[in-house]
Design a protein around this ligand. Sequence first.
Ligand SMILES: Nc1ncnc2c1ncn2[C@@H]1O[C@H](COP(=O)(O)OP(=O)(O)O)[C@@H](O)[C@H]1O
Ligand SMILES: [Mg+2]
Length: 421
Amino acid sequence: MADKIRILVVDDIVETRENLAKLIGFEPDMMIVASADGGKQAVEFAKRERPDVILMDINMPDMDGITATEIIANTVPESPVIMMSIQGEQDYLRRSMLAGAREFLVKPFSADELVNAIRHVHEIEKVKRQRYQQAAPSQQQPSLTSVLQPDRGRIITFFSPKGGVGRTTISTNLAVALHQSTGKPVVLVDGSLPFGDIAVILNMSPKAKTIADLVGSFDQVDAEVLESVLVQHSTGIKVLLAPPTPEAAELITGANIKKILETLREHYAFVVVDTWPSFQEQVLTMLDVADVILTLMTLEITSLKNVRVFMEIAEKLGYDEQKVQLVANRNDSSGGIKASDVEASLARKIPHTIVSDGRALVLAVNRGVPFVISHRDSQVAKDIFTLADKLSGASTTAAAGTATLQKAAPRQGLRLFGGAR
Ligand SMILES: Nc1ncnc2c1ncn2[C@@H]1O[C@H](COP(=O)(O)OP(=O)(O)O)[C@@H](O)[C@H]1O
Ligand SMILES: [Mg+2]
């Protein structure tokens, strides 16, 4: 019994509460622990029961669901809220996500949609808790390696809890920009293990070596072995490609990834890592070992919703604001919400922005050349170089923290426009 998902139902209409109870009653792993008829009671019951999931109606007479969600998100943050509303309430969707809701169900919804949403939200909350317990002891003091090896390279991991926001595009171009503007060795790691597409973006031979060539011999991995599977790109960067098939990705563990990244950072000034939207062990490792996690988002409500969940996880893992940095990609395309809304809602600054430029990107991809080279005068390329400057400036003055990051180093114009080096 203890393992059942404990649910609080909140709706002012008796029939709705009864219907929900009936649907949930069919699920052996779920149970309703309390039923509230309004926002005030919802807050009271949430504090008392600390449910695993709260199903919340929006329109209720005494206190509406959005206000109740806001209070619950602050007082009982471990109880995630799923908002229920009728169709056409777009503004409600926006407001409830800003208030802290995790999911949204549009009435009338099917039994499947309901239980899937409950399981999904509960699953993420569980990952958060487990990781918190695992991570807690190591948060006591800064890691020894960082104290002992001031010269090691910086691992920059691109993450986003949502697909299609530009991780692969931006990580590839940032790696090239870092190499161009610092002249230091850079390796790009396609950590999107099951779905890697850096090989395509960089126009690499289908026969090129990949991380899958290390499967079976991870125990012997050292700098030399690693070097033999890195691919040299014409831009001057090295690339560790993802396996050619998704099945091979399953043979690579978090520990393997850790060893690879730790070895690479001893020889490369910057290790730029692409990921895929997942909280699997391999991705969590790429996040753990990173010095900086560039969390890419677009200014859309779904993106905001997912980033919020990630920020909560990141906080529990002990990642501070210097480690997890938000990047608003396609900043000017009309996604519906403003950067200031997002900053207010997440209580976080967005220190980096990248404009939208579909034309430059498509042309660059068609030519198999990163746009920071083919369209280096475009605003989108300039934004990437600014990001590179901030990250490389920070590498020499890591202790100076966010203040340094905000103040970008002056751009070395000549170098940027002086051709590939
Ligand atoms: N700043 C941008 N301006 C215009 N299009 C962009 C921008 N960033 C990404 N895109 C486009 O968005 C799509 C998804 O990008 P991709 O890098 O594959 O995302 P992800 O790796 O996060 O799934 C691609 O078609 C890419 O060209
Ligand atoms: Mg990708």
